[in-house]
Design a binder for this molecule. Structure first.
Ligand code: APR
Length: 235
């Protein structure tokens, strides 16, 4: 297991031009969660749901990683066994930056999947039809995204990783969906960094060793320097 977890949310991709969910102007002001991202919406509102993810997938084609993604990639190259990247984001900006083995907790927008047989297809940045058929079992395929109210199988892996980590870094998450205070409380983390643009009501920032309320691209050099200092001292 890795010593360092870099845990990110929508804020890390904001500077690449991908909207966050809950900030002013965020996606959940434009769309209602219950219409496009809640268990059952593929049955009750299939066309709009498919269209919502089609738009996001097509728009992702031209989005590029920013300095934060690239600095994390450099850090992972330097300490391949010690850095685990875990994200709530469904975009592929870490992968575009060259990062390895990223754990996407809430799915991956460039994939579609079959709930019945487990088939997964990489479709890149292409839109799909509402009723795309699974080549194996003829069920309908769907965006490989976890909707609210659906089980999140990857959380098991998240908890395994958290169990052993020593440094926990949060970049760009409001803590509304995954409670980072809780993750901290069930771990033996020795050093934690919280980097958001501003205070979130869902996070008790007093629990974190260091708090940086600044754009991630402005904070990342300090974050990387802290991680390297810690890793050099323990090795
Ligand atoms: N640099 C650092 N932090 C930023 C930046 C930036 N440039 N821009 C915004 N932020 C911070 C905000 O301060 C906020 O705390 O990113 C956070 C974004 O919060 P949310 O929009 O709630 O996103 P996130 O926490 O990732 O949402 C979690 O909710 O809707 C679901 O499934 C969706 O995975 C997503 C989950």
């Amino acid at each position: 297991m890795a010593k360092v977890i870099i845990f990110s949310g929508a804020g890390i991709s904001a500077e690449s031009g991908i909207s966050t969910f809950r900030d002013t102007g965020g996606l959940w002001e434009e769309y209602d969660i219950k219409d496009v991202c809640t268990a059952g919406c593929l049955e009750t509102n299939r066309d709009m749901t498919i269209e919502f993810y089609n738009k996001g997938r097509v728009a992702l084609k031209d989005k590029q990683p920013n300095k934060t993604h690239y600095e994390i990639k450099k850090l992972q190259d330097k300490y391949p066994n010690d850095i685990k990247i875990i994200t709530q984001n469904v975009d592929d900006l870490f992968e575009k930056a060259g990062c390895q083995k990223v754990l996407h907790l809430h799915g991956f927008i460039t994939e579609i999947n079959c709930e019945q047989c487990g088939y997964i297809q990489d479709i890149g940045y292409k839109p799909i039809q509402s009723h795309t058929i699974c080549p194996n079992c003829k069920n309908f395929l769907r965006p490989n995204i976890v909707f609210f109210g659906e089980p999140v199988p990857k959380y098991r892996e998240l908890f395994k990783e958290i169990d052993d980590c020593e440094i926990f870094v949060i970049i760009g998450s409001s803590g509304n969906v995954i409670n980072t205070d809780f993750l901290l409380s069930v771990s033996d983390v020795k050093y934690s960094i919280l980097n958001n643009l501003e205070y979130s009501n869902a996070i008790n920032d007093k629990l974190y060793t260091k708090v940086i309320y600044r754009k991630a691209t402005e904070a990342i050099d300090e974050i990387v320097a802290d991680i390297i200092k810690y890793l050099q001292n323990v090795q």
